[in-house]
Ligand binder design. Sequence first.
Ligand code: PHB
Length: 396
Amino acid sequence: MITRRMLMAASAGVAMLGQTALTASAQEDTVKIGLILPMTGPFSSTGRQVEAGARTYMEMNGDTAAGKTVELIVRDDAGTADQTRRIAQELVVNEGVNVLAGFGLTPLALSVGPVLNQANIPAVIMAAATASITKESEYYTRTSFTLPQASVPVATWANENDINRVVTLVTDYGPGIDAETWFTKEFTENGGEIVEAVRVPLENPDFAPYLQRVRDSEPDAVFVFLPSGVGSLFMRQFTERGLNEAGIRLIATGDVTDDDLLNEMGEPAIGTITGHHYSAAHESPENEAFVESFEEANDGMRPNFMAIGGYDGMHLIYAALEETEGEVDGDALMEAIKGLSWTSPRGPVSIDPETRDIIQNIYMREVEEVDGELYNVEFETYEAVKDPAKAEDSAE
Ligand code: PHB
């Protein structure tokens, strides 16, 4: 039988780039993780949260795994795919990193696929969430979520709660299109009607004209996906355009009601219904400990769902290293991650051995005031949700 590993070993480029990196770091007792994130530019809040989540994991669990010292090398790609790929190459060739991680947006994650394949290096996606990314290389795994995973439960909730006519409003790129597609499929299969599908640009969005279109369509609700970080502006314009007053409900994936921005959104956010995998208000001892450590190390900043992707991404790397007993070969690490399961501050999670994506609970939440602060308060749980987009692939 010809295994995938044999095929890969047969390809020349593989050996070269991979071996150099391997020998360089195998000599030392250090495992190097290259964390590439947007630390500047419009998506810097994602970079800040993921890095802080990863560092919180190391503070709480120490900087060794399987007897090796774990070193985090953080690099800023400013949210530009060309830079992500250039930095990934540089980290592999010059720094000899054993694992790449981070990836704040879908195009950034996708840009490193060829580097992973050439160098046999695992990439832990801690933020980006378009379902198809992990199909592009066997070296991708993911500790964030996928948009189909979060959107389907929101559609189910809408179907069950007297919402019949919906306008969808999403950012016009991978995750937005995933959210629109999977919300629409579930909602219409169960009798709902989509009256309009609005897509807004990723760069510098001004939501006002799009919100006017939503208002004019007079739906029961608007279903929204926006990438982490722009929810406050959206919420302000939603109110200014009088959508609340017109009785149009806001339902969304939890990317809109980011935990770190929620308090500044203020009263207009109250009552927003979202589906997502993490809330800072999740009640568990693991989450209480995580939130406390995170806030203490970050001047009171509240962790959002990006932070938990960073935290669990580090756990995944530590656990894989324990499994391989410190072996850092990319193929060995990828084999080790498949099927790993643990109790995250978000709840029970595991890595789907077929897709390398995370299987996790999706919670329905409502924005409520608790002790003078706004939180996404969970009220319903969909347990152990797999990425529905991949479930469909395997049924084909
Ligand atoms: C993505 O680009 O994949 C992405 C970014 C921010 C989110 C979700 C997905 O909140």
